[in-house]
Design a protein around this ligand. Structure first.
Ligand code: PDD
Length: 294
C-alpha cells in the first residue's frame, strides 16, 4: 500500500513508505546489494515539473523487461510516488533518483520466485554544471569501453562506469569518452555529440549505448530547427577533426568538451553550434516550465 501523506525532501521513498533517509533500511541480502541486480532512472525536475517523464518511464519499462522484472507500479502510481517526493519544493529544480532491485532472497544467481522487488526513490536539488564549465567547456579523455554488451539497460551495476569516470578524473578530465572497436559509444555517464561543418552526429542507438533522454531531445530539437543531425558511428580518428564535441545527460544537460586527451577540440572553446542548440534547449525548457509543452 502506498502512503499518501505529504513529504519534505528530507524523506525518501522505500517500499511503499516515505521515511527520513536514516530510517530507510534495506536487507544485506537484497539482490541489488549482492548482485547489482536492478535498474534505475534519473529524472530532472524543472520548475517543479518532471521533465520528459513519459520518456523516462518508458525507458524504465524497457530496462525492467530486459532484466525480466515486472514493473511494480503503474504510470499513475509512479506519478503519485514521485510527485510526493517533490512536495514542498514546487518550483525548485531537482533530480529524482529511482531504483528497483529484484528484492531480498538467499544468495543464488538464479532468479528467486515469489519475491517482492525493492523500490527506492529520492529527490535532491539539481546540481547544475558550474558556470565556468559552461563558459569554458570541460576536458575529456578517450578510454576503452570495458563494459558489457547490454549498455542499453539502465542497470545499477555501474562498476565499469565508475572505474572509467575515475580514470578520467585522475587525468584532470570530467568525462571518459568510451571507444569500442574503434568507434565512440558514449561517455561513462553521458551521450556524445560530434559537430563538423554545421552538422551534428551522434552514435546510433543499439546495445552498446544508453538511449539517453537528453540525447533524443537534442536530436529532436536540432531537426525541428533545420539542423542536420545524423545518427551514425563516430570513428575514433574522427574525434580529432571535430569542430565541437558535447556530452549530454539529464543532470549535465548539454556540456561542451573543449579538450580531448590533452589537446584542444576545434578552437578549444565552446562553439557556435553549442550556443545555438543550448539556447534552443533552454527555450524548450522554459516552454515546458510554463506548461506549453509536455
Ligand atoms: N546517467 N549514458 C550513460 C552511461 C549514462 O549513465 C547517462 C545518464 C546517459 C545520459 O542519459 P540521460 O540523458 O537519459 O540522462 C548516457 C545518469 C544521469 C546517472 O547515472 O546519474
Amino acid at each position: 500500500m502506498l502512503s499518501h501523506k505529504s513529504n519534505s525532501m528530507s524523506q525518501v521513498y522505500l517500499n511503499g513508505q516515505f521515511v527520513p533517509p536514516g530510517q530507510a533500511k534495506v536487507s544485506v541480502f537484497d539482490r541489488g546489494f549482492i548482485f547489482g541486480d536492478g535498474v534505475y532512472e534519473v529524472i530532472p525536475v524543472f520548475g517543479g515539473r518532471m521533465f520528459r517523464l513519459p520518456h523516462h518511464l518508458s525507458r524504465l519499462e524497457a530496462s525492467l523487461a530486459a532484466i525480466r522484472l515486472r514493473n511494480p507500479h503503474s504510470t499513475k502510481e509512479w506519478k503519485s510516488i514521485l510527485s510526493q517526493l517533490l512536495d514542498g519544493h514546487a518550483n525548485a529544480d531537482q533530480s529524482i533518483y529511482l531504483q528497483i532491485t529484484r528484492g531480498v532472497a538467499p544468495r543464488d544467481h538464479a532468479f528467486p520466485t515469489n519475491v517482492t522487488p525493492t523500490v527506492f526513490a529520492y529527490a535532491q536539488p539539481l546540481n547544475y554544471s558550474p558556470a565556468a564549465q559552461l563558459a569554458e567547456g570541460v576536458a575529456a579523455v578517450t578510454a576503452e569501453d570495458i563494459r558489457w554488451q547490454r549498455c542499453d539497460i539502465k542497470a545499477i551495476a555501474l562498476l565499469a562506469n565508475a572505474l572509467l569516470r575515475q580514470q578520467a578524473i585522475e587525468q584532470q578530465a570530467a568525462e571518459a569518452i568510451l571507444i569500442r572497436e574503434g568507434v565512440v559509444t558514449e561517455g561513462a555517464a553521458s551521450n556524445i555529440f560530434f559537430v563538423k561543418d554545421d552538422r551534428l552526429v551522434t552514435p546510433p542507438k543499439g546495445p552498446f549505448i544508453l538511449p539517453g533522454i537528453t540525447r533524443d531531445l537534442v536530436v529532436e530539437i536540432a531537426r525541428a530547427n533545420g539542423i542536420i543531425c545524423d545518427e551514425q558511428p563516430i570513428k575514433t580518428e574522427m574525434l580529432r577533426s571535430a569542430d565541437e564535441l558535447w556530452l549530454t545527460s539529464s543532470t549535465k544537460e548539454i556540456l561542451p568538451i573543449t579538450r580531448l586527451d590533452g589537446k584542444p577540440v576545434g578552437r578549444g572553446k565552446p562553439g557556435a553550434m553549442h550556443a545555438k542548440l543550448f539556447a534552443l534547449y533552454k527555450e524548450y525548457k522554459q516552454a515546458f516550465i510554463r506548461g506549453e509543452v509536455d
